[in-house]
Ligand binder design. Structure first.
Ligand SMILES: Cc1cc2nc3c(=O)[nH]c(=O)nc-3n(C[C@H](O)[C@H](O)[C@H](O)COP(=O)(O)OP(=O)(O)OC[C@H]3O[C@@H](n4cnc5c(N)ncnc54)[C@H](O)[C@@H]3O)c2cc1C
Length: 264
């Protein structure tokens, strides 16, 4: 298996520590960690490895791995899956493209519609899978269609046919390999204002100097989780020692800087 996948351009790592691949910096080894660079390699991979023996990982910014690691294969889309192209008011990108790069492309081409994604780390696949966004605006608002692989079948699904909701997409058991965002040509000034406001709010409320996954909890209908946590006196509660400052600094230099500089 390793020889075949390597010959298709995949990078195959054995006993790879998952702590290296997520923003929490926690997690034991995965039996195999495979980076898949293109569609032919992905198709072959899916023929070899059954659905229940692998887990697709994006940027690892919304995931908590066990200290025991993962008995199976962790898959990440790289190479062609990171590509981004633009056609008039649409952006076509691979599932492994960084969301911040997509936002940057949109901004540089005077396209608006993705402002809710400012400061959200990770990949297009991860963002669409969890329908990332703010409280009222989600990435699905800008999705035109998504290419997914499910049970060896490749399908193109339009936004109308998808079942997007608050932090859900219906693509949770698929591999999101491509997406098309349909944006609007707009005046840069308005877009920049919304981006700046969203970013400012984020900087005021999130500890970017610490390993974290942003807002961890989903808000129940009509409630704010943050408020509920405060009300029961759990704000600031800590069990164990938490991460060391060395880890925090590494995290900040990798993600914090990217967040502040790349997306503007
Ligand atoms: C500082 C900080 C701030 C954040 N702020 C926000 C926020 O405001 N709003 C918000 O919604 N989230 C936020 N997050 C959480 C996280 O960044 C988003 O949920 C992000 O979209 C996750 O993308 P990822 O590529 O890192 O996914 P991962 O964490 O790697 O994976 C998350 C899920 O997506 C699945 N997945 C990943 N790639 C694919 C793919 N190609 N096909 C199918 N499934 C896939 C995984 O299997 C997993 O179930 C924040 C995180 C941090 C660290």
């Amino acid at each position: 298996m390793i020889e075949l996948l390597s010959s298709l351009g995949c990078r195959v790592l054995k006993d790879e520590p998952l702590s290296m691949h997520c923003s929490f910096k926690i997690g034991g080894p995965a039996d195999f960690f495979i980076e898949i660079p293109n569609e032919p390699a992905l198709s072959e991979f899916l023929k070899i490895i059954p659905d229940d023996r692998f887990y697709i990982l994006g940027g690892g910014t919304n995931i908590l791995f066990s200290d025991e690691g993962y008995r199976g294969t962790i898959v990440r889309l790289t190479g062609d899956f990171k590509k981004i192209s633009i056609s008039r008011d649409e952006i076509l990108c691979g599932g492994g493209a960084l969301l911040s790069d997509v936002l940057k492309t949109a901004y540089e081409n005077d396209l608006t519609g993705l402002e809710c994604a400012i400061g959200i780390l990770g990949t297009v696949g991860g963002a669409i899978c969890g329908n990332a966004g703010g409280r009222d605006k989600w990435i699905s608002d800008a999705v035109k269609s998504v290419e997914v692989y499910e049970n060896l079948k490749r399908e193109f699904i339009s936004r109308e046919k998808a079942v997007f909701g608050y932090r859900k997409s219906g693509f949770e058991n698929c591999i999101i390999s491509k997406a098309i965002f349909s944006l609007k040509e707009d005046i840069k000034k308005d877009s920049l204002k919304e981006i700046s406001e969203n970013m400012q709010k984020r900087l005021e409320t999130q500890p970017l100097n610490m390993p974290n996954v942003g807002s961890v909890f989903k808000n129940p209908d009509g409630f704010s989780v943050g408020k509920l946590i405060e009300e029961v006196g759990l704000k600031g509660k800590c069990v164990g020692k938490g991460a060391g400052f060395g880890t925090s600094r590494k995290f900040y230099s990798k993600y914090g800087e990217a967040l502040l500089q790349k997306t503007f």
